[in-house]
Design a protein around this ligand. Structure first.
Ligand SMILES: [Zn+2]
Length: 117
């Protein structure tokens, strides 16, 4: 299961908070959202339905928002979301996230570490 607690985006560290209810994703409580990012607070909030593909897609969507904003890339919101879906699908289907161990201090991907052969 890929469920990091931290992500570094262009050298800026973000805490990732997972919410079991969509009403809890908006930190101001005004909207029903799937994901939310606040650059100034360094926080990404992700709706977690328990489905890894959906959670990963939402997380990547928010990461891409930050990357596009910081690099001045103009992308239609629907295109950004399709890009997130494609990346989530590619990374998960190829197992590229399954054995990832973060280089961030105190961070793991939630997997039990197994002994090296
Ligand atoms: Zn968005």
């Amino acid at each position: 299961m890929f469920k990091p607690e931290l992500v570094s985006i262009l050298s800026d560290l973000f805490k990732i908070t997972y919410c079991r209810e969509r009403k809890d994703v908006d930190p101001d409580g005004g909207e029903i959202l799937y994901g939310h990012i606040e650059d100034y607070k360094g926080e990404i909030r992700v709706f977690d339905s328990g489905r890894e593909g959906h959670r990963t897609r939402i997380m990547l969507h928010e990461v891409f928002h930050s990357i596009c904003d910081n690099l001045g890339i103009k992308m239609k919101h629907g295109d950004l979301d399709r890009f997130a879906v494609a990346w989530a699908d590619t990374l998960l289907r190829n197992g590229w996230l399954a054995n990832t161990h973060s280089a961030l201090p105190g961070e793991s991907n939630g997997e039990e570490k197994t002994a090296s052969p």
